[in-house]
Ligand binder design. Structure first.
Ligand code: AMP
Ligand code: GLY
Length: 427
């Protein structure tokens, strides 16, 4: 079949790399893609929010299956657009409809959903701009640190954690009345701070059946020792060494099953990925957030560990036959280290020449922000490459990625050299 992947990051390159290995894949397209996807698929210069342009290529190239990478087209209703269009409604599309994508698109919706289905999460209340006074009063009932979340999509920047109440009140005003996060901040969720360690669980569901994919842990902060600004993710490992089988059973029983059942009960058809951000508090899982897509860079460690045919999985998901698939997972560990442009997540330069990609032999190099110009691969984003390796454990896989990185260079490159050290301290 002919397949189209929407997106342009390391996640989409990892999807393309895996899909390309399937005998079920005839032609593979990525829109807009990057220099990495260009080597294994046909890139199409289309914005993921330009639904009419996407329709044109789906019809022109006789696409049978579309895999949506990022959240914004999902929240904006790309799946609804396909379902309503007579020329597109036979095309299999893996991703939730807009209503279901609210699990990521609105923190308030997600929290209310969790409460309705008794899914463990931090205590919270949500407030609109007309309720600033009640929001401040609610803050006074909480102990620091204070967690403030813009309700809508804010490109991963909408969560503030503050130690001081005055500062929290000032930020609350910035968000609710001064538009700090634009429309995403029309409402704010204020919640209890959960102290623990984070990990992510990925579920693929056809709305009735589900498969739990390997767990992963990502490193969100730019600086070593988990300091500095939040990023999209500076690296990831899979599996998560502290996620024991007993803990994962709790995740399945207390969170995954009630989430799938809750969606069913509320008649919200969900076809696609549910990425559950978890906090392990003592030995109990709490949901920090839902996303309605795979994570990036988590995909760059989860996908390489999936041994089953990815196209068969996607097809079964879209046809409601996920129960017919056996999910096979590689027992080895995988780790990825993200190489970024100096300055990221703030201002950074693009267009630097990347050298040494051909010298990497023991790792997979997934491109994130790259483009090819006249035969040269150039940096084209904050996150540039994700270097993934396998090992017997996370330490060995990280070591291989760090060795591979030694071969790659571009001006002002930066990566965190401390991934995994936090786990050694815990073990
Ligand atoms: P989110 O965008 O909801 O994933 O939040 C971003 C980050 O903020 C998370 O990855 C956590 O590190 C942190 N965070 C969010 N909510 C809480 C909470 N209730 N308690 C502690 N940390 C949190
Ligand atoms: N790495 C976090 C995310 O994809 O949201």
């Amino acid at each position: 079949m002919n397949i189209l992947i929407l997106g342009s990051g390391g996640r989409e390159h990892a999807f393309a790399w895996k899909i390309k290995q399937s005998p079920r894949c005839d032609s593979l397209y990525v829109a807009p893609g990057n220099a990495g996807t260009d080597k294994i698929a046909t890139n199409l210069p289309i914005d993921v929010l330009d639904f009419q342009a996407i329709k044109k290529v789906v019809v022109a190239y006789d696409i049978n299956l579309v895999l949506v990478g990022p959240e914004v087209p999902l929240v904006e209703g790309i799946c609804d657009f396909f379902k309503k269009d007579p020329q597109l409604n036979k095309v299999m599309i893996v991703g939730p409809e807009a209503r279901a994508a609210q699990l990521e698109g609105s923190k308030e919706f997600a929290k209310d959903f969790m409460v309705r289905h008794r899914i463990p999460t931090a205590a919270y209340q949500s407030f609109s701009s007309l309720q600033l006074d009640s929001a401040c009063r609610f803050l006074e009932t909480l102990q620091p640190p204070y967690v403030l979340k813009a309700d809508g999509l804010a490109a991963g920047k909408g969560v503030l954690i503050l130690d001081n109440r005055e500062e929290a009140i000032a930020e609350l005003k910035h968000i609710l009345t001064e538009g700090k996060f634009g429309n995403a901040g029309n409402k704010v969720v204020i919640e209890e701070f959960l102290k623990g360690i984070e990990l992510s669980c990925f579920v693929l569901t056809d709305g009735k059946n589900y498969k739990i994919l390997p767990t992963a842990k990502d490193y969100k902060r730019i600086g070593e020792g988990d300091t500095g600004l939040n990023t999209g993710g500076m690296g990831a490992i899979s599996p998560v060494p502290f996620a024991t089988s007993g803990f994962l059973k709790k995740v399945e029983n207390r969170i995954v099953i009630p989430t799938i059942e809750g969606l069913k009960k509320e008649n919200i058809p969900f076809v696609g990925f549910i990425f559950i951000g978890l906090m392990k508090v003592d030995d109990n899982p709490f949901v920090i957030e839902y996303n309605v897509r795979m994570g990036d860079p988590e995909t760059e460690v989860v996908i390489p560990r999936v041994k089953s045919d990815w196209v068969a999985l996607l097809e079964a998901t879209s046809l409601g036959k996920l129960n017919e698939i056996v999910l096979e997972i590689d027992v080895r560990s995988a780790a990825t280290v993200v190489m970024v442009s100096g300055g990221y997540p703030e201002a950074y330069k693009k267009g630097e020449i990347i050298l040494g990609l051909d010298k990497v032999h023991q790792s997979l190099v997934f491109h994130a922000g790259t483009k090819e110009v006249n035969g040269e691969v150039l940096t084209d984003g904050g996150r540039v490459l994700a270097v993934t390796s396998f090992g017997d454990d996370y330490k060995e896989s990280l070591e291989k990625s760090y060795n591979s990185i030694e071969n790659i260079s571009f001006k002002n490159l930066y990566y965190r050299k401390d991934l995994g050290l936090d786990l050694q301290e815990r073990m």
